[in-house]
Design a protein around this ligand. Structure first.
Ligand code: GDP
Ligand code: GDP
Length: 460
């Protein structure tokens, strides 16, 4: 099991300290290796039972200040490109600086998996900086103290599912090379299309007996009809790689994971843990419900988890073949969906029968639509015209007579879409106003269902 983790971030945030902690005495071996550049240090890292390669951009500090930005960018880009996962480190004591923002932008563009770490987080002095780090739009920061060895457990928890996934992936061959777009073209390319080398990663999750295995076998059957027995299909315990209706996909089969696991482990607990792993790895999560018992607490938990992890979500209601009052049932399902999972408002809900294969076309389409929405990018000019309109229609409140001014907004990231609004007194803005804006974004820019992240940043 092996992968490469790059530690990136501006000078002095604590990268080397973490590198040394992960590598320990094994560093000496690495220094002698030919081909290891002076700028990028590589070492064999160990974290609990994980073994991996760690890359550090520590050479940066030697650069003189004038050449720092360009050099830093090049070095970081090289580290990011050679890594499977990036640990982006910021200094929780110093707070987020403009240079951190530059790094965040590079990572958003180039790295598939980013783990955000707020270092020097020992003690309360770091609290404000940790909060600030949320604003980078790269998810929840890990509180780390590289110097004191705190937070390594959280790092382990974040690495584990990725490590497993990379181990699985390494076991398959990647038959084709990906055509790399350079920076500008990549920005123009609307939606990254799944390719043989980077298949669309889908997880099928749901309670035991929802029909996950049956569904996956049915999809596999469709592919086999097109491609002949077993052609192009690789299947292992937890994932399978296939072209479903022409789309290269890797599907995570949580039922398969369960079969592999020890029998004495509790079924419910286990399937939630499996689901969590699959969700972390997936781009699109299909929550499969049993039409007879939809929206059980376990289903709700996993759907909520997928939303919180920022995945695109499709809800599929299975065993539709045995349903008698389909019209009535559909209405009830939609009502229950809106009531129980408001955070996924507008996510596609499709009815299927894994047994007969009915509805599988619609499921495929819903997955593709969810993936596109998840990747959507709204131009800044358009966003700001929209924001002006929204504020005119319904101005934010004026606590203690002081009106909160929303100055401008931009989309900071995709997968899922994340927006930053610059405003005065962001802490005084009520949640209801944030919901107003999120719902507006969904409706006006056609982004139903996808998790939308909205951050308010202070600018007086
Ligand atoms: P790099 O330039 O990002 O590689 O940063 P270094 O690892 O060289 O660390 C920069 C400074 O921050 C050093 O003085 C470290 O001792 C200090 N440092 C690193 N990690 C921590 C931490 O967790 N807490 C505190 N308080 N200081 C740290
Ligand atoms: P898993 O635990 O989620 O993988 O569920 P399985 O795929 O093992 O299915 C559980 C049971 O539901 C099996 O008896 C299947 O035959 C049945 N089943 C799955 N899909 C359907 C369906 O679309 N219609 C009907 N009637 N039964 C189904």
């Amino acid at each position: 099991m092996s992968f490469t983790l790059a530690i990136v971030g501006r000078p002095n945030v604590g990268k080397s300290t973490l590198f040394n902690r992960l590598v320990g005495k094994r560093l000496a071996l690495v220094d002698d290796q030919p081909g290891v550049t002076r700028d990028l240090r590589e070492g064999d890292a160990r974290l609990a039972d994980l073994r991996f390669t760690v890359v550090d951009t520590a050479g940066l500090e030697d650069a003189n200040d004038d050449s720092l930005p360009g050099r830093m960018r090049r070095l970081t880009e090289r580290a990011v490109d050679m890594a499977d996962i990036c640990l982006f480190m910021v200094d929780a004591r110093a707070g987020i600086t403009p240079t951190d923002q530059v790094f965040a932008e590079i990572l958003r563009k180039r790295s598939a998996h980013v783990i955000l770490a707020a270092n020097k987080a020992e003690g309360a002095a770091a609290d404000a900086g940790v909060l600030d780090a949320y604003g980078l739009g790269l998810g929840e920061p890990i509180r780390l103290s590289a110097e004191h060895g705190e937070g390594l457990n959280d790092l382990y928890v974040q690495l584990l599912p990725l490590a497993d996934a990379f181990a699985e992936r390494a076991a398959q061959d990647a038959p084709e090379t990906d055509i790399e777009l350079d920076g500008d073209e990549a920005e123009d390319a609307a939606i990254p299309q799944p390719t043989a080398a980077k298949p669309l990663q889908v997880a099928v999750v749901g309670r035991p007996n929802a029909g996950k295995s049956t569904l996956i076998n049915r999809i596999l059957g469709e592919d086999r009809l097109l491609t002949g027995p077993e052609a192009g299909i690789t299947r292992d315990a937890i994932s399978l790689r296939l072209d479903w209706q022409g789309t290269p996909m890797r599907i995570f089969d949580t039922a398969g994971m369960r079969r592999k696991a020890k029998v004495q482990e509790k079924l419910e607990k286990l399937s939630v843990a499996d689901g969590l792993r699959a969700v972390k790895f997936a781009e699109v999560v299909v929550v499969l419900l049993d039409a007879a018992i939809p929206f059980e607490s376990q289903d709700l938990r996993i759907a909520d988890l997928a939303e919180r992890e920022g995945r695109a979500v499709v809800v599929a209601v299975n065993k539709w073949d045995v349903e008698e009052d389909r019209q009535g049932k559909l209405g009830a399902l939609k009502e229950a969906f809106e009531r129980l999972l408001p955070q996924l408002k507008g996510a596609p809900l499709v009815t299927v029968s894994a047994k007969t294969g009915r509805g599988l076309d619609r499921l495929h389409d819903a997955i593709m639509r969810a993936y596109e929405t998840w990747n959507a990018r709204v131009p800044t000019a358009q966003l700001n015209r929209w924001l002006t309109g929204m504020v005119e229609a319904h101005p934010p409140p004026a606590p203690q007579g002081k009106r909160i001014k929303l100055r401008y907004m931009t989309q900071a990231k995709t997968r899922p879409p994340g927006f930053v609004v610059m405003c005065s007194h962001p802490d005084k803005l009520p949640d209801s106003y944030a919901r107003y804006l999120v719902n507006g974004l969904r409706e006006d820019f056609g982004m139903p269902g996808t998790p939308i992240r909205l951050t308010f940043r202070s600018q007086a």
